[in-house]
Design a protein around this ligand. Structure first.
Ligand code: ADP
Ligand code: MG
Length: 752
């Protein structure tokens, strides 16, 4: 069965070499019950370890079943141990946190036996060693003799042809010792049993062969009783199946929970790691998000992140039905139909006071609370909204009684025209309590009548229309400028009539063009409109003041302006709503809200897409830097976690070397560690997710946390889990690699 020819084993520690045994010739056969004796240090254990493939040898040849082992790889030795050897040690080498049943089962599972096919046999074996009563008892609670019987049952469970026992009775009282030898003897009939002992008398009546060692050499080898000669079972299947995946899971879970202290420690490490990675990851996402929102726009003055500009898909007019559809979309807090005003600026002044700011419709004020004074009503009243950073906050609040009731003139700052003909009265002040941000810094808002808002909108379109004047064949095309308004309204002009500047007299008309036709075509990005008028008057530098109240020095500005009646002006430019703004409750959900708007038939434009980003090209570099620092932190965390987990798992070194001694492969150990770490990760991640859910549901309210997680989507949580899983798998791989750097025996010896 096993044949050694001139085999030597040396131990080398740094520069000293000591001999375990040297030049041993030996042949061991099935059916033998061999006892090796000799004084301490004579090489008995070393010989046993080499025979059982736990240690390597340096010289000579060893044959197993006539096969030379000199070319064996680590994997071959694992296979050999698994299939041929059942080990029994002086100090039992059991898994103390397992029950008797589980210890015996471990031996079977590692050999690829299924759970169900093993059960009966395990119970059989436990009965054979007379421990049925203790099947479910943890091994740590047993006496030495009982422990050794468990070890025997475990060795037998493997059904290996060879049982080696190194001083199996060394730690036992004589009665237990006798019992153990008896059991070993009873199984030796169809196996090869090799027992090392100090105490030859104990085994004397059973042995078939006695080997005595001295100083690393065999000095006596004699057959005592005749042993049955059994041919080695040549059918031993070296490709015996491996620990199945289901059993890996079972063992993995068992290992996760059977030492509560270790589980809690690992869980704490994982909680730390999960929150640290989560924190870093969300701050990475946060930074990117914040950066996206920082920019400026030459077109929009309100660039708040909550704002979405919407048009119909086909650019048609937005109907009331459309607005209803928009209000039904989640996350939309407010609709500003007339959104042109958001990007217009106005001033409100009287003889000794001047405010500058943006204009909102009183329609949008209902939801807000007036802080001082009362809600404005009708066309001639307005309210003013300020925050602490507004330039005249203190004065306005302190002297509000002085300002209430005064009348002011409202002027569109972009066109310079008066918006309301009548002076309007301040009735209320609204305190903007929201946090001061980039967007509302220093700002003031006016809430004015819807009519005033319409005036602003109309003049906006008038400034932003490509306009063509057609005088009976002669045309003047004026492209939109955004600031120059070439059609203006005046009550002085009768309906259907137009006043044209003196400049046009000879350039476009024949000099006496009264009551002759003038058509105006106006075309904006949203609509085209036209109007047929007749020319009523030419106005000049001399008459402009008399006609329109405009200073004659300003005449050059009006030298290509046509004045029409307000009704005609409206028919050109008051064309309903083609573009509106909606505000979101939560800008972090902007992508979902945008998608919902698209589904409803709109063309949405998010502010972050409309602005010129401050970071610009550099934004990519910034993202790269914050991404790189995220990776660095994850790597650092990996090593911290690895270091701590290794410390915790150190208590498991014995367990894994036992697995190896029982024939578990490196892959087996690695996957057991992987399963264990992944299980802990699942627990930790579950706990963290539950905590996050509580924060989201407002059971726990920590503002910073709410902010931190509000950016994370389902996809992010999946990515995070993948990152943490990869970290766990790498740690498991690294740890098991470390474990397998040394032979099973040396790991085991180190831990003793
Ligand atoms: P026994 O089991 O007969 O008491 P061992 O096989 O344990 O003897 O030891 C045989 C010799 O090998 C001894 O001289 C011992 O010092 C040496 N030896 C055993 N194990 C080691 C080891 N791990 N490192 C170095 N020397 C060892
Ligand atoms: Mg020994």
């Amino acid at each position: 069965m096993i044949k050694l020819r001139k085999v030597s084993k040396f131990y080398s520690d740094n520069d000293t070499v000591s001999t375990g045994f040297s030049r041993i010739d030996l042949e061991l056969n099935m059916g033998e019950f061999v006892v090796i004796t000799g004084e301490s240090g004579s090489g008995k254990s070393t010989l046993l370890n080499v025979i059982s493939g736990l240690d390597t040898y340096e010289e000579g040849e060893m044959f197993v079943n006539r096969e030379d082992t000199s070319g064996y790889t680590t994997e071959d030795y694992e296979m050999y141990r698994k299939n041929y050897i059942g080990n029994i040690f002086q100090d039992f080498n059991l898994i103390n946190s397992y029950t008797v049943y589980q210890n015996v089962e471990l031996g079977m599972l590692l050999c690829g036996k299924s759970k169900s096919e093993s059960k009966e046999r395990i119970l059989d074996l436990i009965e054979q060693v007379d421990l049925t009563k203790y099947a479910k008892t943890k091994v740590s609670k047993l006496s030495g003799g009982q422990k050794q019987r468990v070890a025997i049952a475990r060795a037998l469970a493997k059904e290996s042809p060879i049982i080696v026992a190194d001083e199996p009775t060394g730690n036992l009282d004589s009665k237990s010792a006798e019992n153990i030898i008896e059991i070993l003897h009873s199984v030796s009939k169809d196996k090869l049993v090799v027992v090392v002992t100090h105490n030859y008398e104990q085994v004397e009546k059973y042995v078939t062969r006695k080997i005595t060692m001295h100083d690393g050499k065999i000095i006596e080898d004699k057959h005592v009783n005749a042993s049955p000669v059994i041919e080695p079972d040549s059918a031993i299947d070296l490709e015996m199946s491996n620990l199945s995946f289901a059993n890996q899971l079972r063992l993995g879970f068992r290992n996760t929970f059977n030492l509560p202290m270790k589980f809690i420690l690992l869980l704490l490490i994982y909680l730390f790691m999960t929150t640290a990675v989560l924190g870093q990851y969300s701050s990475f996402i946060n930074t990117g998000h914040q950066q996206e929102l920082m920019g400026f726009s030459p077109f929009f003055s309100d660039i708040s992140a909550e704002r979405i500009i919407v048009q119909k898909d086909d650019k048609s007019e937005i109907t009331n039905e459309d607005y209803d559809k928009i209000s039904d979309i989640a996350n939309i807090s407010q609709i500003i139909k007339n959104d042109v005003i958001l990007d217009s600026n106005a001033s409100i002044y009287d003889d000794d006071y001047y405010f500058y700011g943006s204009v909102y419709s009183l329609e949008n004020l209902q939801a807000k609370k007036i802080t001082y004074g009362k809600l404005p009503k009708g066309d001639n009243e307005f309210a003013i909204e300020v925050n602490k950073s507004s330039y005249n906050y203190d004065d306005l609040i302190d002297n509000r009684e002085k300002y209430f009731g005064k009348t002011y003139t409202l002027t569109d700052e972009n066109s310079g025209i008066k918006i309301s003909d009548d002076k309007i009265k301040l009735t209320g002040i609204i305190m903007d309590e929201s946090q001061i941000s980039m967007e509302n810094m220093g700002s003031i808002s006016f809430y004015v009548s819807e009519d005033s808002v319409k005036n602003i909108t109309r003049s906006f379109f008038a400034r932003n229309a490509d306009t063509t004047f057609n005088f009976d064949g002669k045309t003047l095309e004026v492209p939109a400028s955004g600031y120059n308004q070439v059609v203006k309204s005046s009550e002085k002009v009768a309906e259907g009539k137009a006043y044209i500047p003196e400049e046009f007299r000879y350039n476009y008309t024949n000099g006496y063009y009264y009551n002759k036709p003038l058509t105006i075509d106006a075309s904006t990005i949203y609509f085209d409109s036209n109007l047929e008028l007749t020319v009523d008057k030419y106005f000049t530098e001399k008459t402009i003041n008399e006609l329109f109240g405009i200073n004659k020095d300003d005449y050059p500005e009006y030298s290509s302006t046509i004045f029409v009646n307000p009704k005609d002006f409206d028919s050109l430019f008051a064309k309903g709503y083609y573009q509106s703004t909606v505000y979101m409750d939560d800008e972090k959900k902007s992508d979902e809200t945008k998608a919902a708007l698209v589904d409803a038939g709109f063309k949405p434009l998010l502010m972050k897409e409309a602005i010129t980003n401050f970071a610009g090209e550099f934004g990519f570099v910034l993202k790269l830097i914050s991404g790189a620092s995220l990776i660095v932190i994850i790597i650092v965390l990996f090593f911290i976690a690895y270091f701590v987990i290794r410390l915790v798992m150190k208590s498991r070194n014995i367990y894994y070397s036992t697995i190896r001694i029982l024939g578990g492969t490196k892959e087996n150990c690695e996957s057991l560690i992987k399963i264990e770490l992944l299980t802990v990760l699942l627990f930790a991640y579950g706990l963290v997710l539950a905590f996050i859910k509580m924060v989201q549901l407002k059971y726990i309210n920590i503002a910073m946390l709410v902010d931190m997680i509000s950016f994370l989507t389902l996809g992010d949580y999946i990515i995070l889990f993948v990152i943490l899983s990869i970290i766990s798998l790498l740690i498991a791989k690294r740890y098991s690699k470390k474990l397998f750097k040394k032979s099973a025996m040396s790991t085991y010896r180190e831990e003793e």
